[in-house]
Design a protein around this ligand. Sequence first.
Ligand code: SAH
Length: 468
Amino acid sequence: MLLTLTTTFEPATDLGYLLHKNPARVQDFSLAFGRAHVFYPEATATRCTAALLLDVDPVGLVRRRRGSAARTLLGQYVNDRPYASGSFLSTALAQVFGSALRGTCTARPELVDVALPLVARVSALPCRGGATLLRELFEPLGYTVEATRLPLDPTVPEWGDSTYHDVTLTRTGRLTDLLSHLYVLVPVLDDQKHYWVSEDEIEKLLRHGEGWLPDHPLRDAVTTRYLRYQRRLVKTALAQLVEEDDPSLADVDGSGAAPEQELEKPIRLNDQRLRTVADEIQSAGAQRVIDLGCGEGKLVRELLKDKTIERVVGMDVSPRALNIAVRRLQFDRMPSRQRARVDLIVGSLLYRDDRLKGFDAAALVEVIEHLDPPRLAALERVVFEGAAPTTVVVTTPNAEYNVRWESLPAGRFRHKDHRFEWTRAEFAAWAERVATRFGYTATHKGIGPDDVEVGTPTQMAVFTRSGA
Ligand code: SAH
């Protein structure tokens, strides 16, 4: 399978900087399913083309038991994967052109946001849904689409056409956007069960769909097709949980929250935080509550104890965390009335979602610091504009307090997954900006022992919708 990317932006060889691949060299990469080769069939100042050639190893796939999607023994070895530019192309894009996909360019950062005249050509793109779907997917994003349907076998014309198309997409825009569109839409067109199954697929879809997928006319179809396999995976995993304790979950238990909890244990900060947040929600008089980034469901459990709360929904991007929550909350043994009060849903805070509407209060406990700062703006809109509950309680570490953790090396975050930790002034400034923009008022409280110099280890802001 072959993907070529061409630009006539001058100097066209700048494409090499954006792709982090030198036009003068042929480069090879070893991937889980075969090899990838990057080379430039043409590289002049006026026109430059980069080619990504994938050499899928079907036998290796079977050996590594990644080919289990094939239903027959023969099908495991003889299938379209070596030739079709299907879901493997996305994996290769992420691995070989990862920085360009993310929109980073160390050598020429200013190039990232330049709208370049770009032509992407994908050979043998499986289009289940035909050229019509292909157009419906790419044209709303501003592409000119040319597609030639390929015969099943040119030497046997009576066999007719295949589902494979030779596709050319033309658009002037950022390279990172083009790569994101391909990353998401190629597997959507392929519509095969993914050969690999990983739970962070949902997160990947949302990350690469940011900025365009929410407004795409076929958003729902794209999401359903992309996540088809994963949805089933989530359901199956939840069903299995009742029957067996999966030992791999213990590992998540350990690797997820443990270091931070270990640090905070002596002062039982976690318990204090949950109690304080639950009290805040209770005193706001909320009856329908959503815990955003609920993790393993500790706050959900705490909230269920309060009989004045009618409904509690926990939402998280991680199916693994939700699996643990299902087990901890003992869904299988819950009386039916109690069970009717609670739900756990998979979703992302970066993605507008109608399921988040209709709640009186939302909690974001130790969640915002897990997001890259540029993505916070999406979260703000999803929570304060889309969901828009009367009360929003947000907690986050107070970075100033970190000097008081003796076991924490200076300058380090409390958890390896934290993308930032804010001082009190930084958090207050953020809260103020969000409150002003979305029509809320924010009040602040500390949680944990109050140190005269550095304040409390956790900081909390309670947002109340103005006029509520
Ligand atoms: N609120 C829980 C968990 C905090 S850890 C508690 O206090 O125990 C942060 C949680 O945020 C993780 O479970 C992680 O999966 C979730 N998370 C991270 N990014 C997210 C996103 N974009 N959307 C939804 N949840 C997210």
